[in-house]
Design a protein around this ligand. Structure first.
Ligand SMILES: NC(=O)c1ccc[n+]([C@@H]2O[C@H](COP(=O)([O-])OP(=O)(O)OC[C@H]3O[C@@H](n4cnc5c(N)ncnc54)[C@H](O)[C@@H]3O)[C@@H](O)[C@H]2O)c1
Ligand SMILES: [Zn+2]
Length: 362
């Protein structure tokens, strides 16, 4: 197992990575100190959750298991409201701990509940998707969706521990592997040309080879950690670079109704649009832009919905929470490994970039 420490301004926590690391969880300090433990899990991971529950009970830790049917719709107040009731019924108190065993949806839901229940209790992230292991498990951001947009409601509430067990990925469906690869490619593009080159080789029919990606998973997670530590509250423009590709990506997710595209699938289109815009704004040279587009285009992704027009995406982008005075702040690329923030993109430039990607297809 590998470990690093996430040193945040007001707290720190450990991040453990390795095959079978979940077996060691009951012995970790945050668990030993808990009055009660609540495992909130994706029903697809029920067998892992049941084994974990048994292991915790054997150690004398009072444990409850709550299994949820997961989809993007779960990130909704009405859906999660009854979970607060469950915690109250079982007398969860400020010394209780919630374990989030699942992908990004479970992480966002548990982080939000833990951040607000009794004004904040501890939680542990046990990410089970590639996307969550390379990205969403770190940083403490939690997000509930609103009909006006994605992740518009939330708190920043850091976990007490994050544990990435690569073995959980063994059952991950192809589309979710690709979705995670999308987020990994983002880290390569914004920070790390060498990582991008290595990941390029994983863009192949049949999806990435997860076993040989373990080193790259930890590299992405460390990039995420490095960025979050410098700008935990997302106020300095440092953490904002992680939004590369997300402006169009979120618009696509919302316009096509949540769930049609996996987060990372939509992000791949978002990065293509962002690269096209980077070229049109004079940051990225055409050769690099088309080299990147060739790679991203090769990733197996559902086609863009034919009924959604470029104008609709633009409108959605403008109502995004990051829109300031109707001008959107884009994270653009100067070259692989170097970004720039740009608030001066015109509507026409954004529209043309979207249209270009729509025309180029998959
Ligand atoms: N908080 C953050 O910083 C942050 C960052 C990125 C994404 N997100 C959020 O994360 C969500 C996307 O994350 P995700 O792709 O992990 O979504 P997810 O949790 O919906 O998981 C994707 C699918 O994989 C299934 N699944 C999960 N683990 C599995 C496993 N081990 N084996 C088989 N199936 C499994 C789930 O049931 C689901 O169908 C979005 O809501 C996004 O907004 C949050
Ligand atoms: Zn993302």
């Amino acid at each position: 197992m590998k470990k690093f420490i996430m040193k945040l301004p007001r707290q720190y926590h450990e991040v453990w990575m390795g095959d079978g690391s979940l077996d060691f969880l009951p012995g970790f300090p945050p668990l030993k100190r808990a009055s009660q433990c609540f495992i909130l899990t994706d029903s697809r991971l029920k067998s892992h959750a049941v084994a974990l529950e048994k292991a915790l009970l054997l150690r004398g830790i009072r444990t409850h298991l709550i299994s949820l049917k997961v989809s993007e719709e779960l990130k909704d107040f009405k859906q999660i409201y009854p979970l607060f009731g469950e915690l109250l019924k079982k007398n969860a108190d400020r010394h209780s701990i919630i374990l989030a065993l699942g992908g990004g949806v479970i992480g966002d839901v548990v982080g939000f509940i833990a951040g607000t229940y009794m004004r904040g209790i501890r939680w542990v992230g046990i990410p089970s998707t590639l996307l969550a292991q390379v990205d969403s498990a770190l940083g403490g951001k939690t997000g509930m969706n609103h009909e006006q947009g994605k992740n518009l409601i939330g708190v920043i509430h850091q976990p007490s521990l994050v544990l990435c067990d690569y073995q959980l990925l063994n059952s991950l469906p192809l589309r979710d592997q690709i979705s995670g690869l999308g987020e990994m490619l983002k880290y390569g593009l914004i920070f790390d040309p060498k990582l991008f080159s290595r990941l390029k080789r994983q863009v192949k029919p049949g999806g990435p080879d997860l076993k040989s990606l373990q080193n790259e998973i930890s590299v992405c997670l460390k990039w995420k950690a490095k960025t979050v530590v410098r700008d935990e509250q997302d106020l300095k423009g440092i953490r904002e670079v992680l939004n590369f590709g997300h402006t169009f990506g979120h618009a696509l997710e919302a316009e096509s109704s949540y769930g049609t595209f996996r987060h990372g699938e939509a992000l791949i289109y978002g990065m293509r649009v962002a690269c096209e815009l980077s070229f049109r704004r004079g940051y990225l040279n055409q050769k690099t832009q088309s080299e990147i587009d060739v790679v991203l285009k090769r990733v197996q992704d559902p086609p863009l919905p034919p009924k959604i027009t470029a104008k609709k995406y633009l409108k959605r982008i403008q109502s995004d929470k990051k829109a300031r005075n109707k001008r959107v702040r884009f994270v653009l690329l100067k070259k692989v490994g170097q970004t720039v923030l740009d608030q001066e993109c015109t509507d026409q430039e954004i529209l043309d970039s979207i249209l270009q990607i729509m025309k180029a297809g998959v």
